[in-house]
Design a protein around this ligand. Structure first.
Ligand code: DX5
Ligand code: ZN
Length: 214
């Protein structure tokens, strides 16, 4: 299981030591939740934080855009060090164009779906996406409870990708715990985002290792 701890829950006053902790952990990617106060009812952080972390790690930066008109900033996110750029299906009128643009900028292009968005919405873009992110909470905040319907949804996304001959992983984001992680993996997830679980753990690296071993 590939683990992507979410910086949203890190101690921003000690960001360097948080990233050093991740560098020495089993985390494969570092997840960034970019919130614009429009697509989601919250603001998080932007380029300065991303660039600061980029200078402290070699791990791929997995950037999740919870914002309207993400295409306006694709190039800027590339310059800031993003390796994977994931946009929300609900925020893109021209999703096909946005995914192609991200790929052209030499980043992996991900598409995220909110809890209310049906898997069938991905039918026409599944073959193009490098990653599909299933939101297992309503986006906007860390520390929310996992929505139970997500297990079934993860399985259906995995089936869709298989049917499209895609090797894109399914990433699951929101409410991941040590209890539900095995069931999330069994449903077909390949990447787990973990925010509050990791950063409130007494020994974060052990928690990451436990998740990675699932
Ligand atoms: C939610 C974000 C998540 C969040 C996960 O809007 O997309 O990535 O950081 O946090 P936890 O793991 O605490 O639910
Ligand atoms: Zn996220």
């Amino acid at each position: 299981m590939l683990i992507a701890p979410s910086i949203l829950s890190a101690d921003m006053a000690n960001l360097k030591s948080e990233v050093d902790m991740l560098n020495a952990s089993a985390a494969e990617w570092i997840h960034f939740d970019i919130m614009d106060g429009v697509f989601v009812p919250n603001l998080s952080f932007g380029f300065p934080i991303l660039e600061a972390v980029r200078r402290c790690t070699r791990k791929p930066l997995d950037v999740h855009l919870m914002m309207v008109q993400p295409e306006r900033y694709a190039e800027r996110f590339k310059e800031s060090g993003a390796s994977i750029l994931t946009v929300q299906y609900e925020a893109c009128t021209h999703l096909h164009r946005v995914l192609e643009r991200i790929k052209k900028l030499d980043m992996k292009a991900g598409v995220a779906i909110n809890p209310h968005t049906p898997v069938s919405a991905l039918e026409e873009v599944a073959a193009l996406a490098d990653l599909v992110l299933v939101m297992s909470v309503d986006p906007g905040f860390g520390g929310q409870a996992f929505i139970e319907n997500s297990y079934d949804k993860i399985s259906r996304v995995s089936e869709l990708l298989l049917r499209k001959n895609s090797s894109a992983p399914v990433e699951v984001d929101g409410g991941v715990t040590l209890d539900n992680a095995p069931k999330i993996k069994a449903a077909g997830a390949g990447v787990l985002v973990a925010g509050s679980l990791v950063f409130t753990a007494p020994r974060p690296q052990e928690t990451i290792a436990l998740l990675a071993e699932i």
